[in-house]
Structures are given as C-alpha cells and as structure tokens.
Design a protein around this ligand. Structure first.
Ligand code: CLF
Ligand code: SF4
Length: 488
C-alpha cells in the first residue's frame, strides 16, 4: 500500500523522497514536534511558558481575562512567569519529563505583543536547552516587525491564526472588533483588512526564510465556515506547512462576545465537514487539543498542576542544568525513535493523511472507529478511564485519522471521586456516529449501553498498535464474516 498522499505524520506517511534535501530538512524539523508531526504526538511532549500577557487585537471568541483562545480552550487562566522563571521551569520539567521536545510561547496574550519577554525567554533557552525546538503562536499582526529576532533565535515553528481571507474585511469585522496599530484602535472592516494584510505579509516573510508555518483557523459556523476552503487554498499557495481548524468553543460563562451573544460551539460534525472541505487543498492537523498557555506534557494530557513555581524558582541555573541532564535526554529520545520504528513496522503503513472514501474502501462506504489510548500508539486505556476518544475513518483498503473527541467526565471517576453515577449519556452523544469502539477493557454495563446506539465495543485489540488494529477490526466486523485478529 502506498502512502504517497502526504501529510504531517512520520516519514512513511509524509511520503517524502529520501533524496530530496529540502524534504529531509523539513522531516528533521518536524520529526519530534508533537503538533507538526501527528506521528510524534503520542511520544513527545511540549511545554508552554506563559510569559506574554498583553494582546494587540480583540477576537470575539476571547475574553482577555483568560488565555489567548487562538491556541487555548477559552475560560482557562495560566499562571504568568517572568522570562527567567520560564527558563527555570523548562529546565526543571525537561529533566522530569525527558520526552519534552518543544517549548512554545502561546500566550496568555500574543507572543509578539510582548516581544521583550518572548525573545528574552527564547535567547536564554537557546543557550541553556539547545536540544529543544522553539515555537511561537501569534495573531500575525507583528510578524514582519520581529522576523529578524524569530530567525536569530532559531524559532523554527510559527503558528499564525488566520480565520478569513475575505478582502472586504466584512467577515473579519464579525470576528475582530478592533486591531491596535500605531497607538490607536482601528475598528471594524478596516481593522480586519489591516490584520489580514499583516498576516499575509508575515506568513510570506516566514516561509521566505524557511521557517515552518502552521496556520490555525477557528471554525465559527455561520461566520467563516464558507471562507475556510479559500483560506486553505491561499495557505497552500503560500507554502504554509499545516492547517489546524479548531472548533469554536463558546459558552456564556466564558464571557466572550460570541458566548454572550449565544453563538453556539462548532459541533464535531461541523468540524468534520470543514476538514473535508479544506483537506483536499492543505495538509490538516487533526490532533490539536487546544492547549492552555501553560500546558505541560503530551498533547492531550496536562501535567501543569504537578509543577508549581515553588518546585523550581529557588534552584540555581547550575542545579537546574544538572537536573536537565541533556545526555540522559538524548538517550531517552533515541529509545523513543527505536520504539517508533518498531511501531511503524507493526502498523504496516495502512494510514493515509488525506483520502476519499473510495481510496479507503472498495465499496465507497467507510466506518468510524473510536479508540482509547494512554499514548505510545497503543490501545492501552480502559474505557472507564478515557477522557477522550481518537476517531478514525476506515475501510478495507486504508484508514485515516479524523479527530479526537473530548469528554467532560470519564465513565469512571476512580474510587476517590466516585459519586455512584457513571455518566454514559455524554459518551453516547460523543460517539453517536461511530460504528466501532476499540478499547483495552470495558464492563458489561457500558457495553450494552453502547449497543443501544448500534456501537460495537471490542476489547480484543487490547495493547495492540492502534492503526493496524483499527484496520483489522473494521475488516473483521464489517467486511468479512470470519475473525482474523492476528497482528504482526
Ligand atoms: Fe505549542 Fe502551538 Fe507550538 Fe504546539 S501547541 S505553540 S504548535 S508547541 Fe499544538 Fe496545543 Fe494545538 Fe497549539 S496541540 S493548541 S497546535
Ligand atoms: Fe485573545 Fe489571542 Fe485574540 Fe488576543 S489574539 S484577543 S489573546 S484570542
């Protein structure tokens, strides 16, 4: 099976030519970046340092009391750090979590509206933790002003949030009431046009210098959904590497303009439709979890609460560099790469990044498969503990990753927090369009509840590689009458 459709995964699903020097260079840059490489995200961790409190625009899906919603779930607040505290935190956590591969600045405001704090942090990190990739997220207004610093500090990955390319500013004016420029606020369509102009100039400046650009777009149904395919086309033309379509998360308690006006969140189905409409033009990131501005750990887990300031601020840089232990980290990364090679062989490259239903299935009909995982590319989490599901679309020819779906509460909250109830209704709504669930273990009760929505739960792929299991299970349950569960 060929995987030449490209994508943001491992070398095999990138489909790159090993003799192509530029493709190799890109592969090296993304290989252990958990956001730019889907294949890396179950193995490598990221940390965000919340050094950038100010912002220079207003988005209607953001309440400035909280983190920047261009890269975070709204309604969460991160503890702010000085650049020195931020670097101490990175060294401390880099020693504790050796899979840490990337440091990002993603708020709580805009990284480039706080240039001194952002670049002081990157300068120190470049000296003290040279094995980490540096990443920043911005609304794009000031990229051109800081392009030299971005390049100078080897910030190889920049995310720009771009929600519309409507040249009239009409769509933009529904998203951005104002943009701060030259010491004054520029309102409405004029502000939106200015922001778009600066974003496009900024993206060009970045790609001209070989910096990998990811674009985030917040899907706001009824506002920019129709324009997103145009955004995707434009991004592709501009050599943007990856497009991440994030669902609008909206609720009155977030205190955002959209939330207070009753604009609803984007649904999973609207998100899937937007991905379908944009994915033919651009490589899509589908594994984003809308992290907080002080997120720590693998994407999808947040270990930030484990590392309060008291753990690291009083330690000297000398002590922290010892704890960071760059040599031990290199050994850990080597072990991860060995594991990934084995996993890739076991999965037999049956995953495509973009594919039509006919490319996935000989009948043109596909199935949606949800799985539970604790990471490392395996089906290794009990149904009861799962706080999210990964959803794949699969046929008898190949599979593709579609999205993750988060739960407010897991089925089982553990002996300490158990209140005697098992919230199954949210899970039934979350998985209502899925055909099959693969999980490490599931009880009879939830299994029969899931049967009531025609969802088959199967635990016979426990501790098996995810991709191969999804492919085999779909063939077994829907394409053949005979059980063939043997995995290589
Ligand atoms: Fe952070 Fe963003 Fe860099 Fe990743 S997150 S600055 S590119 S290191 Fe990643 Fe988090 Fe999604 Fe962002 S999952 S919100 S895309
Ligand atoms: Fe909020 Fe980020 Fe928009 Fe600024 S750029 S208003 S912090 S979402």
């Amino acid at each position: 099976m060929s995987c030449s459709t490209g994508g943001c995964g491992t070398s095999s699903d990138m489909g790159f030519d090993p003799n192509d020097a530029q493709a190799l260079e890109i592969q090296e840059k993304i290989n252990n970046h958990p956001c730019y490489s889907e294949g890396a995200h179950q193995h490598y961790a990221r940390i965000h340092v919340a050094v950038a409190p100010a912002c220079n625009i207003q988005c209607n899906y953001c309440n400035r009391k909280y983190d920047c919603s261009n890269e975070s779930r709204p309604g969460v607040t991160s503890g702010k750090l000085t650049p020195e505290e931020a670097v101490k935190k990175v060294l401390y956590i880099g020693g504790e979590i050796q899979q840490l591969s990337v440091v990002g600045i993603a708020g709580p405001g805009d990284a480039l509206a706080n240039p001194k704090k952002t670049f002081d942090t990157f300068r120190m990190l470049q000296e003290k933790s040279p094995d980490l990739k540096l990443c920043l997220s911005t609304n794009g207004l000031r990229i051109v002003d800081y392009i030299d610093e971005i390049e100078k500090y080897n910030v190889d990955h920049v995310t720009v949030t771009i929600n519309t390319i409507d040249p009239t500013g009409e769509i933009g004016s529904q998203i951005y009431p104002w943009v701060h420029w030259n010491h004054k606020k520029v309102w409405g369509a004029e502000g939106a046009k200015l922001l778009l102009e600066k974003q496009l100039e900024g993206i060009k400046a970045l790609t001209d210098r070989g910096i990998l650009v990811k674009a985030n777009s917040v899907l706001i149904p009824g506002v920019n959904d129709k324009d997103l395919p145009n955004v995707a086309k434009k991004l592709k033309e501009m050599n943007v590497f990856l497009h991440n379509i994030m669902p609008l998360l909206s609720s009155p308690e977030f205190g955002t303009k959209f939330g207070l006006d009753g604009v609803p969140s984007a649904t999973d189905q609207e998100q899937m439709a937007a991905q379908e409409a944009c994915g033919m033009d651009m490589k899509l990131m589908k594994h984003c979890r809308q992290c907080r501005a002080d997120a720590v750990g693998l994407i999808g887990e947040d270990r930030g609460d484990e590392f309060g300031k008291e753990a690291f601020v009083s330690l000297s840089f000398e002590e922290l560099e010892k704890k960071y232990n760059i040599k031990a980290r290199a050994q850990k990364h080597e072990a991860i790469e060995n594991w990934r090679t084995q996993l890739e062989a076991a999965n037999e490259r049956i995953k495509l990044e973009t594919a039509t239903k006919l490319e996935l299935s000989s009948t043109g009909e596909t199935k949606l498969v949800a799985i539970t995982t604790a990471g490392e590319g395996m089906i290794n989490m009990h149904f009861g503990s799962a706080q999210e599901f990964l959803v794949y679309e699969a046929g008898d020819k190949a599979i593709k990753f579609v999205m993750h779906r988060k739960l407010e509460s897991s089925y089982c909250s553990g002996p300490e927090n158990c209140n005697g109830t098992n919230p199954i209704e949210e899970i039934k709504v979350t998985l209502k369009d899925c055909d099959l669930l693969l999980t490490e273990k599931i009880g009879d009760c939830p299994m029969s509840e899931l049967q009531s929505i025609n969802l088959i739960a199967d635990e016979s792929y426990a501790n098996m590689p995810v991709e191969k299991s999804v492919f085999e299970a779909v063939k077994t349950h829907f394409y053949t009458s005979k059980k063939e569960h043997e995995l290589g």
